[in-house]
Design a protein around this ligand. Sequence first.
Ligand code: G6P
Length: 481
Amino acid sequence: SFSADGSFGDFDFIVVSNRLAVDRVVDEHGESSWRRSPGGLVTALAPVMAKADGAWVGWHGAPDETLEPFDEANMRLVPVPLSAEEVELYYEGFSNATLWPLYHDVIASPEFHRTWWDSYRRVNERFAQATASVAAEGATVWVQDYQLQLVPKMLRQARPDLKIGFFNHIPFPPLEIYAQLPWRRQVIEGLLGADLIGFQRPSDASNFLRCVRRFKGYTIKAQQVQVPEGDDGVPAYASRAEAFPISIDTASITELAQRPDVIERSREIRRELGDPQHILLGVDRLDYTKGIGHRLKAYGELLEDGAITVEDAALIQVASPSRERVEQYRILREDIEGAVGRINGTHDTMKNTAIRYLHHSYPVEEMVALYLAADVMLVTALRDGMNLVAKEYVAARTGNTGMLVLSEFAGAADTLRQAILVNPHDIDGLKSAIVSAISMPKTEAMRRMRLMRRQVVHNDVERWSQAFLNALHAGSPEHGA
Ligand code: G6P
């Protein structure tokens, strides 16, 4: 059966992700409407959507609410409902307390619960059904991220006519860690339903292929997996795993960085901090993968040592609220806020604060003003699929000044080679990286930033999506998206 009523849908290009591409906004009269989400993925795919009769399938963010499909921002939006219990078991549970920590090098301990897995399967089935019912014959479907790893196989079973791509935005772990997952075979089978499986780094793709070999025993040649005919009657086919490092909408960040009001705001931020010699900046979702604690430890020790003072330097740490009902995130918040309090309590004066800690999210204009105000950007993730903040900082530095301290455990380290690369576990190494960043001669800093800017200007998110979609269609020109 092709869809619930056995017929094809109307859409030739469908993106499927846990979160829908629009956010609900409520105006002063209490009227709610939808606005396109600000993220790079949505920005990159919106033009493809408009051109190709596109639909986006995803959860609209509220529990226990069923919405009819609607049109907005030149695309069809297809909301997938989640009950409050599914939010707890599928989203907070299996997605964010099992897969997230497992795929990020078990920085926090993953929890394995059969009830969470059952819910994950059921919700993936619902996403697959919703997708099958809107997809035209021969349509291209692009499934996004770890929340939906079973969707490719479910879709292939329901709709063998579709061209199916999958992109994993987070790392794929080494076999020795992945092996812990009680449902390791089912997840691999789910992903292998796609014709093309994209990863951030070449190492993620090779980790995945090693797991395929070990847990499924399939033949692999040059990143192609030969999937044999299944018990479900799905004929044999080839599925390919390859790296496609994601990027940002470089042009829009550059444009903001040149807007007079944004530049003025960056000067205002500097003034409000008392015009210190050095402004350092961290911008992260408040997540244990981001290495915020390691960063604070290094910074606190530099103050302790007298290598920097609160008069000369200010650290702004933006930590945007995230997954606040998941226990590990609550614990992290306590830890980070405790550390900030201790450092500030020790080093602050009536006039100066060591760390400006902001538990908020901000509009992109304010983020770019912060990037412009910051002499040094600190990205110290313990594990990160890519880290787009690093790329945004580089894109915003149109004058080629400023320095990026970047963890080698972030995917961005593959391409931003001129950053000061660090192992954030090495606190002494991190401290000297911060000192080098602060004291780097301007000509050397500018040489490095120029090369990094060239990278992100050339490789933006549109190029990323084109590369993926071209690879997906390579060899089958009749399925152009
Ligand atoms: C990461 C994931 C995304 C996720 C985002 C925000 O970037 O790769 O899939 O949407 O974090 O997390 P949230 O749980 O709020 O969707």
